[in-house]
Design a protein around this ligand. Structure first.
Ligand code: LR7
Ligand code: MN
Length: 579
């Protein structure tokens, strides 16, 4: 017998209950700020909506659109149905006092039932969708460090209450060496009432990446489903995810991540057609699908959305496939960058990432991480990102370093650790290039390999820089002469082939050196407009106030104290790709 039958009677009541309150606030959290651009190419065997053109097997049923909570709901409880709660001003002190425990309204969260109802925010057609009867089962993995009691429980209850039992193999809680007492025996005792819940305790702080790996290693389900430990899974969230994996084991589906307010704990709807993207230097963000793309492909709000990168915390993946991909780089520490790593890996090595609008999970977005980083937070995250850039970005890694991470190059080798295994893995899997990824998965990404190029025109002299026989000089500008062509790179090099324009340390002369990313003295600040020293080439490393300057006779090239209006210090490249 299918679980659909024994709970069917309940379905009606609960639906009615949830319809009582449906007040959603359009959220501008993470709203798209980028103007939409080109189209995304489709893989073979799939239509524009991401539906596979091949059907798998007969034996389907309607998505189980129900909340399996059998206990009668306390309709008078605060926060019920995902409503906002206004805390009385007399309680403000308590709210403030407890805020830092989780960097959200911990005080209020405690007053809200751990199994509260939330509004069914799926597009209407989702409830009519069919899924296969023989979907694979999943292990749901929550890793946490010092998570707030009420939100951890609410996360677990939402999975227990809204997942078809036959598909939920187990819930694995990986305690990443929490320091809070309530997360010890008290948590064991509480969870012992649920046979499906298992707790794994790490003996030292591993960070979320290795904590997830520990959870995955002991998972018994065919599919792994990772979730953050402060979420609420919505009605019918699981089946649409598993359906995608079942149809194609290389699909990695993510739910729509909705917003649970950190202040009033209300459950808020997010905009439709949002996909995960990144900007330089590998910063995650959301961006709406281009309108033309939606129209051209006749997309409805319920169709899967192909995603260049995932947010990181919430996704399902075929367990075997996860390991075929080499799981996560275990050298990533604590927090950050792992979503970029797994996203590039999935796309470049033959898989796909999708957001499934019929699957929705609320997440508390916090202003700060509420737990301590064993080392400096900034350093940890940038080190993780540098590992990802070194392994996956090919020649485009310059764009990563060029957007504010030059300093990582100075001591790269010792700083970011050994990458041999990750590079071997990429070769073994015969993954495609990052260029392929940009062209096929994220064509609207702007990724010029140099910042500027062409002739280097000096405004005062009205001549161009030329490099002949290892010597720099000035000539009448002539685009047809290769000797006058230079690049201004992301490393901030003024470069022709392997040679870089370099200040001489001793006098204020200029020389040429073999380009070397690790040599900070080869870096020149240059902005073509919008700065006090527009068009200047500033030798930051030598002195903050020294600029490249042509002699009025065109016979010298030297460093001089920067002067905003000195035309002999103004240099212009023929073409600028980026500012
Ligand atoms: O050392 C740690 N050990 C842990 O177990 C640090 C964290 N954790 C746990 C933590 O308790 C939580 O359950 O790991 C989970 C994620 O940590 P958060 O909630 O502090 O992360 P986040 O929500 O701020 O950040 C997003 O990016 C992270 C790092 O790259 C992870 O991928 C998170 O899972 C991810 N969260 C989401 O994708 C939810 C939507 C956010 C957006 C956009
Ligand atoms: Mn989170």
């Amino acid at each position: 017998t299918h679980p659909n039958t024994d709970v069917k009677g309940k379905e009606v009541d609960i639906k009615k209950e949830e319809k009582q309150v449906r007040k959603f606030v359009k959220s501008d959290v993470n709203a798209a700020k980028q103007p939409p651009k080109p189209t995304i190419k489709l893989p073979a065997g799939e239509d524009a909506k991401g539906n596979l053109t091949a059907v798998r097997k007969p034996g389907v049923h309607k998505v189980l659109s129900l909340d399996l909570t059998h206990a009668p709901r306390d309709v008078n409880a605060v926060g019920q149905f995902g409503q906002a709660v206004i805390v009385g001003s007399d309680e403000d002190v308590e709210v403030k006092r407890r805020w830092d425990e989780g960097h959200f309204n911990v005080y209020l969260s405690e007053k809200i039932p751990v199994d509260r109802a939330i509004p069914d925010t799926r597009p209407e057609m989702c409830a009519q969708n069919v899924v296969h009867d023989d979907l694979p089962s999943t292990s749901v993995i929550f890793c946490f460090v010092d998570e707030v009691w009420s939100t951890l429980l609410r996360s677990v209850h939402s999975v227990l209450n809204r997942s078809p039992p036959h598909l939920l193999k187990e819930i694995i809680l990986v305690d990443d060496f929490s320091t809070k007492d309530y997360l010890k025996e008290q948590l064991d005792t509480y969870m012992s009432q649920f046979p499906k819940v298992r707790i794994i305790r790490l003996k030292e702080r591993q960070g979320l990446i290795r904590a997830r790996l520990a959870g995955a290693a002991s998972a018994k389900g065919e599919v792994l489903t990772f979730l953050d430990s402060h979420v609420e899974c919505n009605i019918g969230w699981l089946e649409p995810l598993l359906e995608r994996v079942y149809m194609d084991r290389k699909k990695v589906p993510c739910p729509v991540i909705e917003v649970i307010s950190d202040k009033d704990m209300s459950y808020m709807l997010v905009d439709n057609f949002q996909r995960g993207i990144f900007k330089w230097p590998l910063v995650f963000g959301w961006s709406a699908l281009p309108d033309e793309y939606i129209k051209k492909n006749n997309m409805t709000i319920a169709d899967p959305i192909r995603c260049p990168v995932m947010a990181g915390g919430l996704f399902s993946i075929d367990k075997k496939y996860f390991y075929e991909l080499g799981a996560y780089d275990p050298g990533l520490d604590v927090w950050g960058g792992e979503n970029m790593e797994i996203s590039f890996k999935i796309w470049m090595c033959g898989g796909e990432i999708e957001i499934i609008p019929c699957s929705r999970v609320g997440h508390i977005f916090r202003g700060q991480n509420p737990y301590k980083f064993p080392k400096d937070r900034q350093k940890t995250v940038e080190r993780n990102l540098a590992r990802v850039a070194e392994v996956w970005l090919d020649e485009y890694k310059d764009l990563f370093y060029g957007h504010g991470y030059h300093h990582l190059l100075d001591k790269k080798v010792t700083y970011i650790g050994n990458l041999t295994e990750q590079i071997d893995l990429r070769n073994r899997l015969k993954c495609k290039s990052f260029k392929w990824y940009l062209e096929n998965v994220y064509p609207d990404m702007v990724a010029p390999l140099v910042k500027a190029e062409g002739l280097v025109f000096n405004r005062g002299l009205r001549k161009c820089l030329s490099l002949q026989k290892n010597t720099l000089s000035f000539e009448i500008c002539d685009l047809s002469k290769q000797s006058q062509h230079f690049n201004y790179t992301w490393m901030r090099h003024v470069r022709q082939q392997d040679l870089c324009v370099s200040p001489l340390a001793k006098d204020s002369g200029i020389t040429l050196q073999l380009c070397d990313n690790a040599k900070a003295e080869l870096r020149w600040f240059h902005k073509s407009s919008n700065s006090a020293l527009a068009e200047h080439l500033m030798a930051e490393f030598v002195s903050r106030h020294m600029c490249l300057e042509a002699g009025p006779q065109g016979d010298t090239l030297r460093l001089g104290p920067c002067e905003p209006s000195n035309a002999f210090q103004k240099w212009q490249f023929t073409h600028y790709h980026s500012q």
